[in-house]
Ligand binder design. Structure first.
Ligand code: DQA
Length: 144
């Protein structure tokens, strides 16, 4: 059977995971988390590629590449762009490939501005509140 090819995208400030607000996001770095995701993906027969950017345009290009480079799906933690980037929302809506929204923290238990996601309605689903395991659960959704 052909291996599923999934792109894992991280947006602004997630490069500082491990250092940034460890009480919210934990003390593991993004590289540690990506290693764990890659191990899990390998065990489940999924091929994973990783991308992080602090720039909206670079993330939009990366969403386009999910279609143009023939991925079967994507997992995206769009960071704060989640809450206001209509450009990122339109990029996700432009690709027919399923995209799963992820947040490490429970955004509903935090500041009110985090409760709204402008990308949720164009994503296949959302996983939030499980720390780094939110990414693993999102990956698993492609196997259902
Ligand atoms: C986040 C939640 C967002 O509100 C925040 O801006 C982030 C990280 C999360 O993973 O919990 O940068 O997406």
């Amino acid at each position: 059977m052909k291996k599923l090819k999934i792109k894992v995208l991280n947006g602004p400030n997630l490069n500082l995971t491990g250092v940034r607000e460890p009480s919210v996001y934990g003390s593991e770095t993004l590289a540690d988390i990506n290693r764990r995701i890659a191990e899990h993906a390998a065990e489940r027969g999924i091929e994973c590629d990783f991308f992080q950017s602090n720039s909206e345009g670079a993330l939009i290009d990366a969403v386009h590449s999910v279609l143009l480079d023939g991925y079967d799906g994507a997992v995206i933690n769009a960071g704060a762009y989640t809450h206001y980037s209509y450009a990122l929302r339109d990029a996700i809506a432009s690709v027919p490939t399923p995209v799963v929204e992820v947040h490490m923290s429970n955004v509903h238990a935090r500041e009110p501005f985090r409760r709204n996601s402008v990308i949720s309605e164009v994503c296949r689903g959302t996983v939030l509140g499980f720390g780094k395991n939110s990414y693993i659960l999102a990956l698993e959704s492609f196997l259902l």
